[in-house]
Design a protein around this ligand. Structure first.
Ligand code: DP6
Length: 350
């Protein structure tokens, strides 16, 4: 009896102080992830490739609370509610299941992305949460396993585990269950020195009408253009990897732009259509064409929203920012470079 009490109380004492803090940056896909083949395991239909940014990090602290009956989640000091809270608790349940723990957590997240900047904070958010929660619950995972874990929170988060350029493998389409889960993770991509920048033009800071999750499901289910895009996206990925190895920024930009426009075409053909691009988006796209005519290597990509990210050389970033600022009709413009992968912050355990 006494022995049993010791084993129960021991871990609990430890749990009261178990905690970890992690930081992660957003990433922007140059070959897009658009469409899942398994919503539960969050397996994508295609490989994707992204650049992790050096701006707008998310910092997340996870503390285990042996006495709490439920998880407590805050974003920038405000209690999380609704879908955002539900997704975090579901993610923590997954971590707890793996850790064989039933202890609840206190999760505090600080996002530095200006509200409505059009940068999905779910990528940096779930990457930071995966790293912090895995450490707090003592899972001891390597970067590949953390990438797979982050994927379960939000697909694009799998890529934010890594700095610079990262590819996320869809894994063989024929697999399912554990085998499929093991085969779908991100890893760094070989790239020659490119010195790239992404100039982010915020043309509309409002919330989107259709979430990316809903839009990608509808596109897969109803768009006759989805299958051809998915097939050509595989070719884009092969060409993109080769362009990165060559350090060919023009080719990287061309492939990124056509892949993104193709992705938006699949949505426009969905039933009912999903249209994120606004008149202001097209004005910025025109300014990117103007820049190219003027001899500047500038290429656009857009995600599930109207905002435009322009890939260019670092040395051209100010000029590109100036041009797109004029086109973005008063919207904010941010310049990002390649950033670091997600990591634990030392000495942050409470
Ligand atoms: C258009 O990763 O936000 O930004 O996996 O459903 O959470 P869920 O979706 P999410 O989708 C990102 C879609 C995209 C393209 C990309 O980042 O590759």
């Amino acid at each position: 009896m006494a022995e049993r009490r010791t084993t129960v109380i021991g871990p609990r004492r430890q749990d009261r102080s178990a905690g970890a803090t992690a930081i992660a940056h957003p990433n922007i896909a140059l070959v897009k992830y658009w469409g899942k083949r398994d919503e539960q395991l969050m397996l994508p239909r295609t490989d994707s490739l992204s650049m992790t940014l050096d701006i707008f990090p998310t910092t997340t602290r996870v503390r285990l609370d042996a006495d709490a009956g439920s998880d407590a989640v805050t974003f920038n000091g405000e209690a999380a509610t609704g879908e955002a809270q539900r997704r975090i608790v579901a993610f923590l349940d997954l971590v707890r299941e793996r850790a064989g723990s039933s202890r609840r957590a206190v999760v505090d997240t600080e996002n530095t992305v200006p509200t409505g900047a059009g940068l999905a904070s779910s990528a940096s958010g779930f990457a930071a949460l995966a790293v912090a929660a895995a450490a707090a619950y003592g899972l001891g995972l390597d970067a590949t396993a953390l990438s797979r874990l982050a994927r379960r929170g939000s697909g694009s988060a799998s890529r934010s585990l890594f700095g610079g350029f990262a590819v996320w493998h869809a894994g063989p389409a024929a697999t399912s269950g554990v085998e499929a889960d093991l085969s779908s993770y991100a890893e760094p991509v070989a790239a020659a020195r490119l010195d790239p920048a992404l100039v982010i033009a915020v043309v509309n800071a409002g919330p989107k009408a259709v979430s990316s999750r809903t839009a990608m499901r509808r596109t897969v289910d109803t768009s006759p253009l989805y299958a051809p895009w998915a097939a050509s996206s595989g070719d884009d990925l092969t060409a993109m990897r080769a362009a990165l190895v060559r350090g060919d920024l023009e080719a990287v930009g061309e492939i990124a732009e056509r892949n993104a426009l193709g992705m938006h075409a699949t949505m426009l053909a969905a039933r009912p259509a999903v249209r994120y691009l606004s008149p202001a988006t097209l004005t910025v796209l025109d300014s990117v064409l103007e820049l190219r005519r003027a001899g500047i290597a500038a290429y656009a990509t857009m995600d599930a929203g109207p905002n435009v990210k322009v890939l260019c050389r670092r040395g051209d970033a100010e000029r590109v920012a100036h041009a797109v600022r004029a086109a973005a009709a008063g919207g904010a413009v941010h310049i990002a470079g390649p950033g670091p992968g997600a990591r634990l912050l030392p000495g942050q355990a409470p």
